[in-house]
Ligand binder design. Structure first.
Ligand SMILES: Nc1nc2c(ncn2[C@@H]2O[C@H](COP(=O)(O)OP(=O)(O)OP(=O)(O)O)[C@@H](O)[C@H]2O)c(=O)[nH]1
Length: 460
């Protein structure tokens, strides 16, 4: 099944195309060997004649055939435009002479042979040593150099991607902090400026104050280095994040454990569902997906592909169908099929679109009719490139849909990330995973210390 998917996404053009049937082949089939070509040109054209596969590539490639046909002359189309016969032989061949049993050879070769001294081979010239001291620019002689080994580990580890993603935040912040404390001692003014910098990095007032308080208690009135601030910053952020860095708990007494995935448009819901399904079905759980984003045909197709890739079942309906109805049916179907986990995708919506938020409320309500505890997990995806607006997103989705867990996506891009600290300090919602790429494996459990150190710009 996975191979079917690959086959749809990639074209495997290394596989040589099958030779077309003789009657499909162009009558001007060209044999690559020039001598054979010349010989063929003198023979009566036999369009049904086939050429062994291994001699076909030149003639089989239509672009190449056209290039050959037009080398030094007008294209077939141009010839047609000029009213010329397009059936003429494709290749401008040298003049030939019939020499009986030997068939035909180029006249030029016969003339060259006639000029040779007795016993001298016509190809002897090729064997003479040549002066190769003046090759054209761009060429060199000597054995071909060994190809250089590809650099190891071209694909970054997820942690390197996280660090790279947060590097804009961290390098900007650490640069400003270093500049702030150059030739200045820690006093009220520098503490206030530091607090501003931390707030500008989206960390939130509460965490900014924790950091400045700790720094003041350690080093007030003394010199401070950027490294001191980074260390304290990482420690304080870790303290904020540790309580929310939790594993996603599945209560398999429910069967299925229902996960509803919500969030603003493009925050990575569908992709994250695919990644989650891959983890769960890879662990042997029976997963069902529900294509609850009934607004976009592409979203339904996208989820179907993820279902196929992850060996999950999928329930989908027509474009524009009632999303709550679909969620209800999917829940029933998952029960019938004894799925372990049902993951329901929803259309992206801005938190200020009241009617769309009401639809989300309805999905939750309808699921609750089948099981008062359902949906058991309501996951919200947050795009790490978003700043302060993410705080507001959590606030509203939490109120409307009962969000009880977060996943931050796109931490591999030019992420801001600091906002997750502010959200964690305020909402204390579990952060289960982080997205660090678009691939199926690019979802990592959230680790408080790793994240904190990446923001604080602390190297390994
Ligand atoms: N770099 C990166 N891209 C991601 C990540 N997660 C999702 N994306 C990309 O973000 C884009 C939007 O992802 P979707 O999964 O379609 O988002 P969605 O929330 O379902 O979108 P809507 O259905 O429009 O609301 C896609 O191009 C994804 O490949 C991630 O962790 N890193």
């Amino acid at each position: 099944m996975a191979f079917d998917f690959l086959k749809r996404v990639f074209t495997f053009d290394q596989v040589p195309p099958e030779a077309p049937a003789a009657d499909e082949r162009a009558p001007d089939t060209v044999t690559p060997d020039p001598v054979a070509r010349e010989i063929r040109a003198s023979e009566p054209a036999d369009p049904t004649e086939t050429v062994p596969q291994d001699t076909l590539p030149v003639a089989e490639d239509p672009v190449l055939a056209e290039e050959i046909a037009t080398a030094g002359g007008p294209s077939a189309d141009e010839r047609a435009d000029e009213g010329q016969d397009t059936e003429e032989p494709l290749l401008p061949l040298p003049a030939v002479e019939d020499i009986g049993d030997l068939g035909v050879v180029p006249l030029s070769l016969l003339q060259a042979e006639a000029e040779l001294a007795p016993g001298e081979s016509p190809t002897a010239d090729l064997d003479r040593p040549r002066d190769i001291s003046t090759l054209p620019a761009g060429f060199a002689t000597g054995p071909a150099p060994e190809p250089e080994a590809a650099p190891e580990g071209e694909r970054l580890t997820w942690f390197q991607r996280l660090r790279a993603g947060l590097s804009r935040t961290s390098s900007q912040l650490t640069g400003q902090i270093t500049a702030l404390f150059t030739k200045r001692k820690l006093d009220d003014a520098t503490l206030e400026e530091l607090e501003d910098l931390l707030i500008q990095a989206d960390l939130g007032v509460e965490t900014a104050l924790r950091i400045t308080d700790t720094l003041a208690s350690e080093r007030y009135g003394r010199d401070v280095s950027g490294a001191d601030v980074s260390r304290i910053m990482a420690a304080e952020i870790t303290k904020v994040l540790t309580p929310v860095a939790k594993p996603l708990q599945l209560d398999l007494n429910h069967r299925p454990h229902v996960i509803l995935v919500v969030g603003v448009n493009g925050t990575g819901k569908t992709t994250t569902i695919g990644k989650l399904a891959a983890k769960l079905s890879g662990a042997g759980l029976k997963v069902m997906l529900a294509a609850g984003d009934t607004f976009r045909a592409a979203a339904i197709e996208q989820l179907k592909i993820w279902a196929e890739r992850t060996n999950s079942h999928i329930v989908s309906s027509k474009l524009g169908a009632d999303a709550a109805g679909l969620a209800y049916e999917a829940f029933e179907e998952a029960r019938r099929q004894k799925s372990d986990v049902l993951i329901i995708d929803t259309a992206g919506r801005l938190q200020n679109r009241t009617e769309l938020m009401a639809e989300l409320e309805k999905i939750v309500r309808v699921l609750g009719k089948l099981d008062p505890d359902a949906p058991h997990t309501v996951l919200q995806t947050l795009d790490a490139t978003t700043g302060q607006n993410a705080l507001n997103q959590v606030e509203i989705f939490r109120n409307v849909a009962g969000v009880n867990g977060l996943i931050m996506t796109k931490l591999d891009g030019t992420a801001r990330g600091g906002i997750l600290v502010a959200i964690s300090a305020k909402h204390k919602l579990p952060v289960y995973f982080i997205g660090v790429g678009e691939g199926i494996d690019d979802l990592e459990p959230f680790e408080a210390q790793d994240f904190a150190e990446a923001i604080a710009g602390i190297a390994d």
